[in-house]
Each structure stands twice: as structure tokens, then as C-alpha cells.
Write a protein that binds this ligand. Sequence first.
Ligand SMILES: C[S@@+](CC[C@H](N)C(=O)[O-])C[C@H]1O[C@@H](n2cnc3c(N)ncnc32)[C@H](O)[C@@H]1O
Length: 266
Amino acid sequence: MLVDKRGKKYLLKKNVDKLGTDLGVVDLKNKELGSVVKSHLGHEFYYIEPTLYDILKRMKRTVTTLLPKDIGFIIARGGIREGETVLEAGTGSGALTIFLANAVGKSGKVITYERRPEFAKVARTNLLKLGLIKKNQPIVGLDEEFNDDIDIEDGLFNVIMKIGDVREGIEEKDIDVIVLDMPDPWEVVEHAKEALNKKRGRIITYLPYIEQVKKTVEKLKSEGFWDIQTYELIERVIEVSEKGVRPSTRMIGHTGYITFARVPPR
Ligand SMILES: C[S@@+](CC[C@H](N)C(=O)[O-])C[C@H]1O[C@@H](n2cnc3c(N)ncnc32)[C@H](O)[C@@H]1O
């Protein structure tokens, strides 16, 4: 990634040699990451690695993706850790998938269901660029070959993508965590009860409307799920200037309600 003095970020394709900007052309040949480079007009740029957050903000989207405040909380309150197997639906653009895959690491796994192939294909490119799926890795249930020119050598490669409606059933067993960002998760609760590992299985749902939360919690209770708790997170950016320090006058309003529950032991 290049960053100019105004703070503008330019995410680069792999092995790119030159980048044209309104501050001039930056030649990256033989330049080292972590250095300051100059454009042909003499403007300075930081030449650094992007964080996952930088990538998330610029990735291709087909649907509304989860925000970092909600992603971080899902992982922390959900206790999602290295080595766990997480099942997710739906994949959407893959924003949550990226962070789940990084949380469970190389020894863990994320199985992500998406019912719309056109969304899954966009998410696939996002995940491929981050080394979370292998080059030419097919999407399970989609009869299509991929001939990608992106080739990441040292990725986590811990995501399995599937086309499917998760309300119709979950094939996998012994899942540690099920995360549902879809409109009707109560339709999945019975399948989740079967698929979740009884030792530490958890379910997490993300929903925009409170009526959906009520229906979900009622279903979870009737199926014996316990430790049920719903949250909403408010994020405020704090502006620090010479005049003073205060919250930004603009803020993100409501995003979604996040519900956590644990599967009952047998
Ligand atoms: C709000 S988006 C998910 C966004 C995703 N969490 C992200 O951060 O990019 C919801 C997705 O769930 C998919 N979906 C809805 N119902 C589904 C179902 N029953 N099974 C599988 N996918 C489903 C939709 O097609 C849509 O792509």
C-alpha cells in the first residue's frame, strides 16, 4: 500500500511496478516495504503493508458487510480462538469470514455457506487475495472452474466455501461456533443444535430488527440453548483538534443486534 501526505491510501496489486497518482508517478521497482518513496514530482509516499482493516475498507462488496465494531465483538464475546471450527452463513462479501479465518488460524477452519452463487464468487476473490483459500479452489456446490492469476504462497488457506441454503440443513458435525448473518436464523437453530459440539458449541446471530431477535431468542430457549445474551454496540469517533476534543457530530446509527448462546449438553 502507498499512503500520501494527505493520508490517502492506495492499495496496490501484487508485483505492481508503477502507480500513477495526482501527485505524480511512483516508481516502485527495487523499493523496499517500510520505506518512504518519492513520485516523479517529488511528493513523498509511505510504502507499507496494508492491515486487514485497510483491505476491508477497500474490498469489493455485494451486500452490506459487518463493521469492525461488530466483528471484533463477535470474536471476543464469542470466545472464538485459534484451532476452532466455525461455520458461517451467509458469506456475503466475506468481510466477517476474513476475520473469523484469522482468529481461528492455520489449525482452525471456517466453513462458509452462501445461497447466492454471484455473491459467493465475489467473496471468493476477496478471500483468495488474502490467502484464505487456495488458487483454483472450487466453491463446493458450484460446478465452475476458476483460473485465477492471483497466487498467494503463504496464506492460512483455512476457508471452505459452499453454495447452499443453511436452513435446509448443516452437513458438518462437531462445529465449535455457528455465526449467522442472515434474516431468519430461527430456521437454523434445530440444525445448529445437531451440528454443534456439545462441549463448547456456541451460536451467534447478527440481526438488524428487534422482532427478528425476539423470534430467534424464543427459538433458542425452546431448544434448550442457554447463556443467551443480546447486545447492541454504539461506536463514536472522537475528534481531537486544537479547539478541543469531542465526539464527531456524525456517527454510524444502528447496525445490528448480536445474540450469543450456548448449545445444551446432551
Ligand atoms: C448481510 S449479508 C452477510 C454479510 C457478511 N457477513 C459480510 O460481512 O460480508 C447476508 C448474506 O446471507 C445470504 N443468505 C441469506 N439467507 C441465507 C441462507 N438461508 N443460507 C445461506 N446464505 C444465506 C445472503 O445471500 C447474503 O449474501
